[in-house]
Design a protein around this ligand. Structure first.
Ligand code: NAP
Length: 247
C-alpha cells in the first residue's frame, strides 16, 4: 500500500498524523501556495502534477495504490483532476470532506453561488467588510472599491487589487474569542466567507451571529461524485486500518 494524500487543510494534517502513526507508506502533496507550509510527519512533495493526465502519470510512476483527497472543498480543480486520474488508472479514491455549515437560530446568512456573486451581493453604501476568502480571488471585489476590506492571509501579499484593505497575517484554526475581538476592533459590519465546513474556520460565523452581523456565504463548487469520508478516522477504515465507518 502506498498512499497519495492531497493536502492543504487542517484535516489533511490530521490525516497525515494518523497515517504516520500507523506506519503506513504515504506521500503528502501540497500545491505550494504558501511560503511556509506546515511540516508533516510524511514525505512531502510540492506543486501541481500537470492536470489529470499528469496526475495519472504520477500515480503510475510512484506506484500509488490509494488516493486520499483532503484538499479544501473550494479546491475544485484538484478534486476534479483526482476523480479523472483515478478513473484513468483504476486507483481507488476517497475524499476527506467535511460537511458544509448550515445556518442556525440567529444566523443572518445570504447564500450565493460564486465569489463574483458575493461581490455583487455587497451593498452600494460603503461598509467595513471582513473578506475571509483567502488571497486567490480578491480581484472579484475590485469592482466594489468603496468598501473597507479586512483580509486575513497566511502570507503577506505582494500587491492587492483593493484600494482600502487592511491585512492581518494569521493561520487557522481560529477561535471564537479571537474572532469576536478582531471583528469588534475592526468594527466589522459584514462578513464574506466560503462555506468550507469544519471547525477551524467557523468561529467567524459564530462571532457574526453573536454580533448580529450579516454574512454573505459562498456555496461550494460542484465536484463529480466520489466516495466520501467526513473524518480522518473514517478514511483509515476505508484503507482497512481502523473501524469500517461505512465510506
Ligand atoms: P485548485 O484551484 O483546485 O487547484 C489548481 C491547481 O493547483 C490544480 O489543478 C493542481 O495543479 C494544483 N494543486 C491544487 N492542490 C494541490 C495539491 N494538494 N497538491 C498538488 N497540486 C495541487 O486549488 P486551489 O483552490 O488553488 O487550492 C490550492 C491548495 O490550497 C489546495 O491544496 C487546497 O487544499 C488549499 N486550500 C485552498 C483553499 C481555497 O479556498 N481554495 C483554502 C484553504 C486551503 P495541476 O493541475 O498542475 O496538478
Amino acid at each position: 500500500m502506498r498512499i497519495l494524500l492531497l493536502g492543504g487543510t487542517t484535516e489533511a494534517s490530521r490525516m497525515a498524523a494518523l497515517l504516520a502513526g500507523e506506519g503506513l507508506e504515504a506521500v503528502f502533496s501540497y500545491a505550494g501556495r504558501t511560503a511556509t507550509p506546515i511540516a508533516q510527519p510524511l514525505p512531502v512533495r510540492m506543486g501541481g502534477f500537470g492536470g489529470a493526465e499528469g496526475l495519472a502519470d504520477y500515480l503510475r510512476q510512484e506506484g500509488i495504490s490509494h488516493v486520499v483527497d483532503a484538499t479544501h472543498p473550494f479546491a475544485a480543480q484538484m478534486s476534479r483532476n483526482a476523480v479523472e486520474a483515478c478513473a484513468l488508472t483504476g486507483i481507488p479514491l476517497v475524499a476527506l470532506e467535511r460537511a458544509p455549515w448550515v445556518p442556525g437560530k440567529g444566523d443572518r446568512w445570504t447564500r450565493v453561488g460564486t465569489i463574483a456573486a458575493a461581490a455583487e451581493a455587497l451593498p452600494e453604501a460603503e461598509a467595513r467588510v471582513f473578506l475571509a476568502i483567502g488571497r486567490m480571488h480578491l480581484e472579484a471585489f475590485a469592482g466594489r472599491p468603496q468598501h473597507h476590506y479586512l483580509l486575513r492571509l497566511v502570507d503577506p501579499p505582494e500587491a492587492l487589487p483593493l484600494p482600502r484593505a487592511e491585512v492581518v497575517i494569521a493561520r487557522g484554526p481560529f477561535d471564537l474569542d479571537g474572532d469576536l475581538s478582531l471583528m469588534r476592533e475592526q468594527e466589522t459590519e459584514i462578513v464574506v466567507a466560503k462555506n468550507a465546513g469544519g471547525e477551524g474556520a467557523r468561529a467567524k460565523l459564530d462571532a457574526a451571529r453573536m454580533l448580529g452581523l450579516p454574512v454573505i456565504l459562498i456555496d461550494r463548487p460542484a465536484i463529480p461524485d466520489r466516495p466520501r469520508a467526513e473524518t480522518p478516522e473514517a478514511v483509515m477504515g476505508w484503507l482497512g486500518h481502523g473501524a469500517d465507518l461505512g465510506v
